[in-house]
Design a protein around this ligand. Structure first.
Ligand SMILES: [Zn+2]
Length: 395
Protein backbone atom coordinates (compact mmCIF):
# COMPACT_ATOMS: atom_id res chain seq x y z
CA UNK A 1 0.00 0.00 0.00
CA UNK A 2 1.01 3.56 -0.53
CA UNK A 3 1.00 5.87 2.45
CA UNK A 4 -2.24 7.76 3.08
CA UNK A 5 -1.21 11.24 1.89
CA UNK A 6 0.44 12.33 5.13
CA UNK A 7 2.88 15.19 5.21
CA UNK A 8 5.38 13.07 7.04
CA UNK A 9 5.95 9.77 5.34
CA UNK A 10 6.57 6.50 7.02
CA UNK A 11 6.66 2.90 5.93
CA UNK A 12 5.35 1.34 9.11
CA UNK A 13 1.71 0.90 9.87
CA UNK A 14 2.01 2.58 13.19
CA UNK A 15 -1.15 3.47 15.04
CA UNK A 16 -1.81 7.08 15.87
CA UNK A 17 -1.59 6.69 19.57
CA UNK A 18 1.79 5.02 19.68
CA UNK A 19 3.13 7.77 17.51
CA UNK A 20 1.71 10.42 19.85
CA UNK A 21 3.24 8.73 22.88
CA UNK A 22 6.60 8.39 21.15
CA UNK A 23 6.68 12.04 20.13
CA UNK A 24 5.57 13.23 23.57
CA UNK A 25 8.26 11.22 25.36
CA UNK A 26 10.65 14.13 24.98
CA UNK A 27 8.10 16.63 26.17
CA UNK A 28 8.93 17.96 29.63
CA UNK A 29 5.39 19.06 30.36
CA UNK A 30 3.10 16.86 32.45
CA UNK A 31 0.35 15.37 30.29
CA UNK A 32 -2.50 13.17 31.44
CA UNK A 33 -2.91 9.87 29.62
CA UNK A 34 -0.06 10.80 27.33
CA UNK A 35 -1.45 13.87 25.59
CA UNK A 36 -4.09 15.74 27.61
CA UNK A 37 -3.22 19.02 29.30
CA UNK A 38 -4.31 18.73 32.94
CA UNK A 39 -6.61 21.41 34.25
CA UNK A 40 -6.40 22.72 37.75
CA UNK A 41 -9.84 24.31 37.79
CA UNK A 42 -11.80 21.19 37.05
CA UNK A 43 -11.37 17.47 36.88
CA UNK A 44 -10.88 16.10 33.39
CA UNK A 45 -14.25 14.42 33.28
CA UNK A 46 -16.33 17.24 34.69
CA UNK A 47 -17.08 19.08 31.50
CA UNK A 48 -20.31 20.99 31.76
CA UNK A 49 -19.43 24.21 29.99
CA UNK A 50 -16.66 22.83 27.92
CA UNK A 51 -18.55 22.26 24.67
CA UNK A 52 -18.42 24.70 21.79
CA UNK A 53 -21.65 26.61 21.19
CA UNK A 54 -24.01 25.76 18.36
CA UNK A 55 -25.32 28.52 16.11
CA UNK A 56 -29.01 28.78 15.23
CA UNK A 57 -28.23 27.20 11.82
CA UNK A 58 -27.10 24.05 13.62
CA UNK A 59 -23.40 24.57 12.87
CA UNK A 60 -20.86 24.47 15.68
CA UNK A 61 -18.15 26.94 14.68
CA UNK A 62 -14.80 26.43 16.35
CA UNK A 63 -12.51 29.41 15.66
CA UNK A 64 -8.80 28.78 15.26
CA UNK A 65 -5.52 30.53 14.56
CA UNK A 66 -2.47 28.79 13.12
CA UNK A 67 1.15 29.08 14.15
CA UNK A 68 2.80 31.57 11.77
CA UNK A 69 5.78 29.24 11.50
CA UNK A 70 3.75 26.56 9.72
CA UNK A 71 4.61 26.14 6.08
CA UNK A 72 2.11 25.74 3.30
CA UNK A 73 2.21 21.93 3.44
CA UNK A 74 1.50 21.96 7.20
CA UNK A 75 -1.43 24.31 6.75
CA UNK A 76 -2.79 22.10 3.99
CA UNK A 77 -2.46 19.02 6.21
CA UNK A 78 -4.24 20.66 9.14
CA UNK A 79 -7.02 21.99 6.95
CA UNK A 80 -7.51 18.59 5.33
CA UNK A 81 -7.86 17.03 8.78
CA UNK A 82 -10.41 19.72 9.69
CA UNK A 83 -12.32 19.30 6.42
CA UNK A 84 -13.34 15.77 7.38
CA UNK A 85 -15.06 17.08 10.52
CA UNK A 86 -16.90 19.61 8.41
CA UNK A 87 -17.95 17.01 5.83
CA UNK A 88 -19.08 14.38 8.30
CA UNK A 89 -20.35 16.38 11.31
CA UNK A 90 -21.72 19.85 12.05
CA UNK A 91 -18.37 21.02 13.47
CA UNK A 92 -16.78 23.72 11.32
CA UNK A 93 -13.31 24.96 12.12
CA UNK A 94 -13.27 28.61 11.07
CA UNK A 95 -10.51 31.19 11.03
CA UNK A 96 -10.78 33.35 14.13
CA UNK A 97 -12.07 36.89 13.71
CA UNK A 98 -12.61 38.41 17.13
CA UNK A 99 -14.10 35.44 19.03
CA UNK A 100 -13.06 35.19 22.64
CA UNK A 101 -12.72 31.41 22.76
CA UNK A 102 -10.58 29.78 20.12
CA UNK A 103 -7.96 27.15 19.35
CA UNK A 104 -4.41 28.28 18.90
CA UNK A 105 -2.84 25.51 16.84
CA UNK A 106 0.90 25.63 17.39
CA UNK A 107 4.00 23.66 16.71
CA UNK A 108 4.91 23.31 20.39
CA UNK A 109 6.67 20.42 22.13
CA UNK A 110 4.64 17.43 21.04
CA UNK A 111 1.10 16.39 20.09
CA UNK A 112 -1.29 17.46 22.86
CA UNK A 113 -4.49 19.30 23.61
CA UNK A 114 -6.86 20.36 26.34
CA UNK A 115 -10.02 18.41 26.97
CA UNK A 116 -12.99 20.48 25.77
CA UNK A 117 -13.28 24.23 25.54
CA UNK A 118 -11.23 25.92 28.20
CA UNK A 119 -12.00 29.58 27.47
CA UNK A 120 -9.83 32.18 25.76
CA UNK A 121 -7.14 31.03 23.37
CA UNK A 122 -6.27 27.40 24.10
CA UNK A 123 -3.30 25.64 22.60
CA UNK A 124 -3.53 22.52 20.50
CA UNK A 125 0.03 21.43 19.90
CA UNK A 126 0.68 19.90 16.49
CA UNK A 127 4.44 19.78 16.31
CA UNK A 128 5.98 20.01 12.85
CA UNK A 129 8.32 17.08 13.34
CA UNK A 130 6.13 14.15 14.31
CA UNK A 131 2.50 15.22 14.67
CA UNK A 132 1.64 16.15 11.08
CA UNK A 133 -0.58 13.17 10.45
CA UNK A 134 -4.24 13.48 9.69
CA UNK A 135 -5.15 11.00 12.41
CA UNK A 136 -3.03 12.74 15.04
CA UNK A 137 -4.41 16.17 14.18
CA UNK A 138 -7.95 14.79 14.34
CA UNK A 139 -7.18 13.06 17.64
CA UNK A 140 -6.02 16.32 19.24
CA UNK A 141 -8.93 18.29 17.77
CA UNK A 142 -11.32 15.66 19.10
CA UNK A 143 -9.95 16.21 22.61
CA UNK A 144 -10.60 19.94 22.19
CA UNK A 145 -14.20 19.12 21.19
CA UNK A 146 -14.69 17.31 24.49
CA UNK A 147 -13.67 13.71 23.90
CA UNK A 148 -11.46 11.52 26.03
CA UNK A 149 -9.66 8.34 25.11
CA UNK A 150 -11.86 5.45 24.15
CA UNK A 151 -10.03 3.06 26.47
CA UNK A 152 -10.72 5.33 29.46
CA UNK A 153 -14.47 4.79 29.17
CA UNK A 154 -16.24 3.57 32.28
CA UNK A 155 -17.19 0.30 30.54
CA UNK A 156 -13.78 -0.42 29.01
CA UNK A 157 -13.08 -3.48 31.17
CA UNK A 158 -15.73 -5.35 29.21
CA UNK A 159 -13.81 -4.71 25.99
CA UNK A 160 -10.12 -4.56 26.83
CA UNK A 161 -7.80 -6.06 29.40
CA UNK A 162 -5.14 -3.72 30.75
CA UNK A 163 -1.90 -5.66 31.27
CA UNK A 164 -0.88 -3.88 34.46
CA UNK A 165 2.12 -6.15 34.96
CA UNK A 166 3.77 -4.64 31.88
CA UNK A 167 3.05 -1.04 32.81
CA UNK A 168 5.53 0.77 34.99
CA UNK A 169 4.08 2.44 38.10
CA UNK A 170 4.91 5.84 36.60
CA UNK A 171 2.79 5.09 33.51
CA UNK A 172 -0.15 3.52 35.34
CA UNK A 173 -2.12 6.77 35.69
CA UNK A 174 -2.22 6.87 31.88
CA UNK A 175 -4.43 3.79 31.92
CA UNK A 176 -6.91 5.12 34.44
CA UNK A 177 -10.57 4.78 33.56
CA UNK A 178 -13.24 7.43 34.11
CA UNK A 179 -16.12 5.99 36.09
CA UNK A 180 -18.43 8.83 35.06
CA UNK A 181 -17.50 9.11 31.40
CA UNK A 182 -20.29 10.18 29.10
CA UNK A 183 -20.52 7.24 26.69
CA UNK A 184 -23.42 8.80 24.80
CA UNK A 185 -25.21 5.47 24.67
CA UNK A 186 -22.97 4.48 21.77
CA UNK A 187 -20.86 1.33 21.58
CA UNK A 188 -17.22 0.91 22.51
CA UNK A 189 -15.10 1.43 19.39
CA UNK A 190 -11.84 -0.45 18.97
CA UNK A 191 -11.06 1.48 15.80
CA UNK A 192 -11.63 4.93 17.28
CA UNK A 193 -9.08 7.60 16.46
CA UNK A 194 -9.11 8.03 20.28
CA UNK A 195 -8.02 4.45 21.09
CA UNK A 196 -4.59 3.37 22.25
CA UNK A 197 -2.70 1.02 19.98
CA UNK A 198 -1.86 -2.53 21.02
CA UNK A 199 1.80 -2.06 21.86
CA UNK A 200 3.73 0.72 23.41
CA UNK A 201 6.76 -1.27 24.46
CA UNK A 202 5.02 -4.40 25.54
CA UNK A 203 1.41 -5.33 24.89
CA UNK A 204 -0.36 -3.26 27.48
CA UNK A 205 -3.91 -3.37 26.23
CA UNK A 206 -5.61 -6.47 24.85
CA UNK A 207 -9.11 -6.67 23.35
CA UNK A 208 -11.43 -9.21 25.00
CA UNK A 209 -12.72 -11.77 24.41
CA UNK A 210 -10.89 -11.88 21.07
CA UNK A 211 -7.33 -10.62 21.46
CA UNK A 212 -6.87 -10.61 17.70
CA UNK A 213 -9.35 -7.78 17.16
CA UNK A 214 -7.51 -4.89 15.59
CA UNK A 215 -7.28 -1.87 17.88
CA UNK A 216 -6.27 1.66 17.11
CA UNK A 217 -5.61 3.00 13.63
CA UNK A 218 -4.04 5.93 11.90
CA UNK A 219 -6.37 6.72 9.07
CA UNK A 220 -8.47 9.20 10.99
CA UNK A 221 -11.98 9.49 12.38
CA UNK A 222 -14.02 6.29 12.45
CA UNK A 223 -17.75 6.12 11.75
CA UNK A 224 -18.34 5.75 15.48
CA UNK A 225 -16.15 8.79 16.25
CA UNK A 226 -18.35 10.71 13.83
CA UNK A 227 -21.54 9.35 15.41
CA UNK A 228 -20.30 10.42 18.84
CA UNK A 229 -19.53 13.97 17.72
CA UNK A 230 -22.92 14.21 16.05
CA UNK A 231 -24.67 12.93 19.15
CA UNK A 232 -22.79 15.14 21.61
CA UNK A 233 -23.36 18.23 19.50
CA UNK A 234 -26.87 17.40 18.42
CA UNK A 235 -26.06 17.35 14.71
CA UNK A 236 -28.35 15.69 12.23
CA UNK A 237 -25.97 14.51 9.57
CA UNK A 238 -26.18 11.64 7.16
CA UNK A 239 -22.55 10.69 6.57
CA UNK A 240 -20.57 7.49 6.15
CA UNK A 241 -16.85 6.79 5.95
CA UNK A 242 -15.85 3.93 3.65
CA UNK A 243 -12.26 3.03 4.44
CA UNK A 244 -11.76 -0.46 3.04
CA UNK A 245 -9.73 -0.97 -0.14
CA UNK A 246 -12.94 -1.70 -2.02
CA UNK A 247 -16.63 -1.74 -1.28
CA UNK A 248 -20.02 -0.48 -2.30
CA UNK A 249 -22.53 2.23 -1.51
CA UNK A 250 -26.16 2.81 -2.38
CA UNK A 251 -28.94 5.27 -1.77
CA UNK A 252 -31.21 4.48 1.17
CA UNK A 253 -33.85 1.80 0.40
CA UNK A 254 -32.31 0.98 -2.99
CA UNK A 255 -33.68 -0.67 -5.13
CA UNK A 256 -36.84 0.67 -3.52
CA UNK A 257 -37.47 4.41 -3.82
CA UNK A 258 -35.45 6.92 -1.85
CA UNK A 259 -37.05 9.48 0.47
CA UNK A 260 -37.64 13.20 -0.06
CA UNK A 261 -35.45 15.97 1.33
CA UNK A 262 -32.36 13.99 2.19
CA UNK A 263 -28.74 14.96 2.02
CA UNK A 264 -26.16 12.21 2.48
CA UNK A 265 -22.44 11.98 1.91
CA UNK A 266 -20.03 9.06 1.64
CA UNK A 267 -16.39 9.81 2.26
CA UNK A 268 -14.29 7.14 0.55
CA UNK A 269 -10.92 7.19 2.30
CA UNK A 270 -8.69 4.34 1.23
CA UNK A 271 -5.07 3.66 1.94
CA UNK A 272 -3.96 3.54 -1.64
CA UNK A 273 -4.45 6.18 -4.24
CA UNK A 274 -6.63 6.43 -7.31
CA UNK A 275 -10.07 5.55 -6.06
CA UNK A 276 -12.29 4.48 -8.91
CA UNK A 277 -16.08 4.67 -8.59
CA UNK A 278 -18.27 2.55 -10.81
CA UNK A 279 -22.05 3.02 -10.96
CA UNK A 280 -24.01 -0.20 -11.36
CA UNK A 281 -27.53 1.17 -11.10
CA UNK A 282 -28.74 4.74 -11.51
CA UNK A 283 -32.32 6.03 -11.52
CA UNK A 284 -32.95 9.54 -10.19
CA UNK A 285 -35.79 11.97 -10.72
CA UNK A 286 -34.89 14.00 -13.82
CA UNK A 287 -35.05 17.76 -13.51
CA UNK A 288 -33.57 20.63 -15.50
CA UNK A 289 -29.93 21.05 -14.58
CA UNK A 290 -30.50 18.29 -12.00
CA UNK A 291 -31.53 20.94 -9.49
CA UNK A 292 -33.92 18.48 -7.81
CA UNK A 293 -32.37 15.13 -6.93
CA UNK A 294 -28.75 14.55 -7.83
CA UNK A 295 -25.48 12.75 -7.20
CA UNK A 296 -22.28 14.82 -7.21
CA UNK A 297 -18.72 13.53 -6.79
CA UNK A 298 -15.67 15.45 -5.53
CA UNK A 299 -11.95 14.83 -5.86
CA UNK A 300 -11.13 15.08 -2.15
CA UNK A 301 -12.78 15.09 1.25
CA UNK A 302 -14.93 18.20 1.09
CA UNK A 303 -17.52 19.98 -0.99
CA UNK A 304 -14.96 22.63 -1.78
CA UNK A 305 -12.74 20.03 -3.49
CA UNK A 306 -12.58 19.87 -7.28
CA UNK A 307 -15.75 18.44 -8.80
CA UNK A 308 -15.22 15.12 -10.59
CA UNK A 309 -18.84 14.57 -11.57
CA UNK A 310 -21.22 17.51 -11.46
CA UNK A 311 -24.90 17.18 -10.46
CA UNK A 312 -26.18 14.11 -12.26
CA UNK A 313 -29.76 12.82 -12.47
CA UNK A 314 -31.99 10.79 -14.80
CA UNK A 315 -31.53 7.15 -15.70
CA UNK A 316 -28.34 6.99 -17.75
CA UNK A 317 -25.59 5.18 -15.84
CA UNK A 318 -22.71 7.67 -15.41
CA UNK A 319 -19.25 6.72 -16.61
CA UNK A 320 -16.61 5.67 -14.07
CA UNK A 321 -15.17 8.41 -11.90
CA UNK A 322 -11.52 8.32 -10.78
CA UNK A 323 -10.06 10.40 -7.95
CA UNK A 324 -6.50 11.70 -8.09
CA UNK A 325 -5.78 10.69 -4.48
CA UNK A 326 -7.02 8.35 -1.77
CA UNK A 327 -10.03 10.55 -1.01
CA UNK A 328 -13.36 10.84 -2.81
CA UNK A 329 -16.62 12.37 -1.66
CA UNK A 330 -19.99 11.26 -3.02
CA UNK A 331 -22.99 13.48 -2.30
CA UNK A 332 -26.62 12.48 -2.79
CA UNK A 333 -29.30 15.16 -2.43
CA UNK A 334 -33.06 14.78 -2.86
CA UNK A 335 -35.76 17.43 -2.92
CA UNK A 336 -39.41 17.34 -1.87
CA UNK A 337 -40.82 16.21 -5.21
CA UNK A 338 -40.46 12.99 -7.20
CA UNK A 339 -38.56 9.88 -6.28
CA UNK A 340 -36.97 6.87 -7.95
CA UNK A 341 -34.94 3.79 -7.10
CA UNK A 342 -31.68 5.73 -6.60
CA UNK A 343 -28.22 4.40 -7.24
CA UNK A 344 -25.78 1.69 -6.40
CA UNK A 345 -22.04 1.92 -6.96
CA UNK A 346 -18.82 0.08 -6.17
CA UNK A 347 -15.39 1.52 -5.55
CA UNK A 348 -11.88 0.15 -5.74
CA UNK A 349 -8.47 1.66 -5.17
CA UNK A 350 -4.80 1.08 -5.94
CA UNK A 351 -3.85 -2.48 -6.82
CA UNK A 352 -7.21 -3.87 -5.86
CA UNK A 353 -8.59 -1.70 -8.64
CA UNK A 354 -6.40 -3.55 -11.12
CA UNK A 355 -7.61 -6.92 -9.89
CA UNK A 356 -11.17 -5.81 -10.31
CA UNK A 357 -10.48 -4.59 -13.81
CA UNK A 358 -9.18 -8.05 -14.64
CA UNK A 359 -12.28 -9.67 -13.23
CA UNK A 360 -14.69 -7.33 -14.91
CA UNK A 361 -13.16 -7.35 -18.35
CA UNK A 362 -11.71 -10.81 -18.63
CA UNK A 363 -13.94 -13.19 -16.81
CA UNK A 364 -17.00 -12.42 -18.95
CA UNK A 365 -14.76 -12.95 -21.99
CA UNK A 366 -13.57 -16.34 -20.71
CA UNK A 367 -17.11 -17.47 -20.06
CA UNK A 368 -18.21 -16.27 -23.47
CA UNK A 369 -15.31 -17.94 -25.24
CA UNK A 370 -15.62 -21.25 -23.41
CA UNK A 371 -19.26 -21.43 -24.36
CA UNK A 372 -18.39 -21.03 -28.02
CA UNK A 373 -15.27 -23.18 -28.09
CA UNK A 374 -15.83 -26.30 -30.09
CA UNK A 375 -12.30 -27.62 -30.22
CA UNK A 376 -9.32 -27.51 -27.95
CA UNK A 377 -7.24 -24.97 -29.89
CA UNK A 378 -9.86 -22.35 -30.61
CA UNK A 379 -9.37 -18.66 -29.94
CA UNK A 380 -5.60 -18.76 -29.81
CA UNK A 381 -5.44 -15.11 -30.89
CA UNK A 382 -7.93 -14.11 -28.24
CA UNK A 383 -5.85 -15.97 -25.69
CA UNK A 384 -2.82 -13.91 -26.60
CA UNK A 385 -4.98 -10.82 -26.16
CA UNK A 386 -5.86 -12.18 -22.77
CA UNK A 387 -2.18 -12.46 -21.95
CA UNK A 388 -1.31 -8.96 -23.11
CA UNK A 389 -4.31 -7.46 -21.30
CA UNK A 390 -3.18 -9.21 -18.16
CA UNK A 391 0.29 -7.75 -18.55
CA UNK A 392 -1.04 -4.28 -19.20
CA UNK A 393 -3.22 -4.43 -16.15
CA UNK A 394 -0.47 -5.53 -13.83
CA UNK A 395 2.40 -3.43 -15.13
ZN1 LIG B 1 -5.16 11.79 23.34
Amino acid sequence: YESPSPIETDSEDEVIFNRILKVNKDCSRYLQEGDIVPQRSRSAINCRNCYWPQSSDGIVRVPYVLDPTYEESHIKGIQEAMAEFETLTCINFVKRQTERDYLSIKSADGCWSNYGKVGGGQTVSVMKGGCMWKGIIQHELDHALGFLHEHSRSDRDKYVKIMWEYISPADRPDFKKFENSNNLGLPYDYSSVMHYGPTVNHTTIVPIPDGAVHIGQRQGLSNMDVAKINKLYNCSRCSTILDAAFGSLKSANHPRNYSHNTNCVWLIRTRSRKISLHFRAFELQKTRGCQGDYVKVYDGSSKSSTVLMDKTCGSKIPTDVVASSNLMLVEFVTDGAGTASGFQATFTSGRIGHFFKVRETLIPFKIASSSTVTNGCANASEDSNFQSTLEQTFL
